[in-house]
Design a protein around this ligand. Structure first.
Ligand SMILES: Cc1cc2nc3c(=O)[nH]c(=O)nc-3n(C[C@H](O)[C@H](O)[C@H](O)COP(=O)(O)OP(=O)(O)OC[C@H]3O[C@@H](n4cnc5c(N)ncnc54)[C@H](O)[C@@H]3O)c2cc1C
Length: 460
């Protein structure tokens, strides 16, 4: 076990892609800088999820969660979709010109390519966009790369290995507090409380650290601005149904405004021939999905998120808690797991039970508990999801089949945003926030770009 030094030039809290890219750029810009990464999870090699290893079918609520926490962050077992666009994937274009953002996304891509990531890109497709528009569906356009869960993991491991000579990487090092004026960081490092300080500190804590970071902001009187929350389901269906899209653009990213409420529902996080998985954020189990590049690991199903966007106004200020509450209800009803229901059963107002599940022609890739989503999803979001599924069925017939599987809940709660000036937290000197944990990004590409940008600010 390596000792924590007493003082660093820069301490990065969180070893996800945001933190890793920050460290990479800092040490390339100025090799003399002393830099450490403090990561609450394990080393990338030690991140073993018992579900992925098929040791259990249900989330064992490990601490730390191997899927969300550890070196390479939430991206370690992700699908490795790399979005080369400013249209979606986060909100960084609110903080810098779109050309600057795109430039940083491209820089991050070049770094990934230098560590072996694919150079193959899917390009925007106007014909598919037009088809969608004919049915009032709005498709985002982007260049997209699909590294796949397997290649993405290998690429991230190579970058982390390359950093080891220049950066002190501490794993199972959970930051408990940061003193705003002395810059002293209290860390629970493999079971003992230690202290380290740094001239510059960067919070790069991702979604797994958003609770911790919000609490820190509140304690330090940093104003926080709430983001939207998205609540919905993971849809799983035979891969044939969306193959006309996935062959051309890999990921159809489509939004729809429901006629009933005027709410936006988004289809995104598409995984062709992939698997449904669960993730555990601070004890709440939700669903997600990913796909391998290796043909041997592909399934016959594709899956995607279908989420209804919610923005709350006065007096309610806890949108993340709202989403967690809804997800907890699904955990409660399923006995600590997530639910799966056939669309046809849901629309007929009946539960999918074990027997009905066995009759399903779409075979689930995740062993969720058959149940009734209408018992835990609020009516408004449920109506939005159903209306959108039928709209999507017009451009990809079969989407709204009886045996389309819906897993719940899937929630994307974007962390509350701290007030910052060029990513430096207001009221502090030299304490910065980046990535998903600060509510600025929601993708690998933008979290990586955010890290490079802040590293340039600190070292150029
Ligand atoms: C299953 C899954 C699939 C995904 N697929 C894609 C995809 O295909 N394409 C895409 O663009 N995005 C995808 N995403 C989202 C993407 O992974 C994130 O947007 C990205 O990882 C954010 O990077 P980050 O560095 O901001 O945070 P993270 O990657 O979340 O890293 C933050 C790190 O900080 C650590 N941390 C938190 N609190 C503390 C603390 N107190 N002390 C020390 N360390 C702490 C955490 O353990 C974590 O390792 C996916 C996410 C998941 C979960």
């Amino acid at each position: 076990m390596m000792d924590l030094k007493k003082q660093y030039d820069v301490a990065i809290i969180g070893g996800g892609i945001g933190g890793i890219m920050t460290a990479y750029r800092l040490t390339h810009n100025n090799p003399a800088l002393t830099v450490c990464i403090l990561e609450k999870g394990k080393t990338i090699d030690d991140r073993i999820c018992p579900i992925i290893k098929k040791q259990t079918t249900h989330c064992a609520r490990c601490t730390p969660c191997a899927i969300m926490e550890g070196m390479a962050g939430a991206g370690a077992f992700s699908d490795g979709k790399y979005i080369i666009s400013t249209e979606y994937g986060g909100w960084l274009s609110e903080f810098m010109p779109t050309e600057t953002l795109l430039n940083y996304i491209e820089q991050a891509d070049r770094i990934l390519v230098s560590f072996g990531a694919t150079t193959e890109r899917y390009l925007p497709n106007d014909n598919l966009k037009k088809l969608c528009l004919q049915y009032d569906l709005h498709m985002h356009q982007a260049q997209l790369k699909h590294l796949g869960t397997d290649d993405n993991f290998v690429t991230m491991k190579k970058i982390i290995d390359s950093l080891k000579n220049q950066v002190d990487i501490f794993t199972q090092a959970e930051v408990q507090d940061v003193d705003q004026s002395s810059h002293q960081i209290s860390v629970d490092y493999q079971g003992t409380l230690q202290a380290v300080s740094a001239a510059k500190i960067i919070f790069a804590v991702g979604r797994a650290g958003s609770n911790f970071f919000s609490k820190w902001c509140k304690k330090n009187q940093v104003p926080l601005h709430n983001n939207q929350v998205d609540i919905g389901v993971r849809v799983e269906l035979p891969a044939f149904i969306w193959e006309d899209f996935s062959r051309e653009i890999y990921e159809p990213k489509i939004w729809y405004r429901s006629k009933q409420y005027g709410d936006i529902t988004r289809m995104f996080c598409f995984n062709e021939k992939g698997c449904v998985v669960t993730e555990n954020t601070d004890g709440v189990i939700t669903v997600n999905g990913h796909a391998y590049r290796d043909p041997a690991k592909k399934t016959i199903n594709s899956n995607f998120a279908l989420l209804s966007t919610n923005r709350f106004t006065q007096p309610f200020r806890e949108p993340i808690e709202y989403a967690r509450h809804v997800a907890r209800l699904a955990n409660l009803i399923s006995g600590g797991s997530v639910l799966v229901q056939r669309l046809g059963d849901l629309e007929r107002g009946r539960r999918t039970d074990e027997k009905r599940m066995e009759q399903s022609t779409t075979k689930p890739t995740f062993d969720a508990v058959p149940g009734d989503l209408s018992l835990c999803m609020p009516k408004r979001q449920l109506d939005n999801i159903l209306e959108t599924l039928h709209a999507l069925d017009k451009v990809a017939p079969g989407t709204a089949n009886y045996d389309t599987l819906l897993y719940g809940m899937e929630c994307k709660y974007y962390s509350a945003r701290p007030e910052c000036t060029n990513f430096e937290i207001v009221g502090t000197e030299g304490i910065y926030a980046i990535g998903d944990g600060a509510g600025f990004t929601r993708s690998l590409a933008q979290a990586a770009a955010n890290g490079l940008y802040v590293a340039d600010l600190l070292s150029k």
